[in-house]
Design a protein around this ligand. Structure first.
Ligand code: AMP
Ligand code: ZN
Length: 120
């Protein structure tokens, strides 16, 4: 299990705590969904655990409830946007090669346009 519950220097923790004001697009027990500040698709949001988990790679079996909440938040948000029929992409970046730039686990939800493969 990740040791820290919150990291005072983490921008996503500040959003969860309310130190940085943000209106979640969706919320459940362990996760919130926020708009990405630099959208790469007509719909681009981030599903974020309320607890500070530095990365996907930091998850352990004890974090199953957190991971479930994050993934269900992504699914329910996508459904609320009417994306179930057209499709969408979920993306998790880990580490330098994965292109992770914020050190708090987040699942990108991208939709509203046709995605390309492979990703860059
Ligand atoms: P990643 O590169 O996978 O770590 O993704 C980080 C994402 O967080 C990027 O898509 C950024 O545009 C987004 N981001 C960074 N700062 C903010 C912020 N203050 N509010 C919303 N999204 C943000
Ligand atoms: Zn954090």
């Amino acid at each position: 299990m990740s040791e820290q519950f919150t990291d005072p220097t983490c921008i996503f923790c500040k959003m969860v705590s309310g130190e940085i004001a943000v209106k979640p697009l969706f919320e459940n027990s362990h996760a919130i969904v926020i708009s990405d500040i630099n959208p790469q698709a007509p719909v681009h949001a981030l599903a974020i655990p309320k607890r500070h988990v530095p990365s996907f790679a930091a998850l352990s079996a004890n974090d199953a409830d957190i991971l479930t909440s994050v993934m269900f938040a992504a699914a329910e948000f996508a459904r609320s946007q009417g994306l179930d029929a057209s499709g969408y992409r979920l993306n998790i970046n880990h580490g330098v090669d994965g292109g992770q730039t914020v050190g708090h686990l987040h699942v990108h939800i991208l939709g509203g346009r046709k995605m390309t493969w492979p990703p860059g």
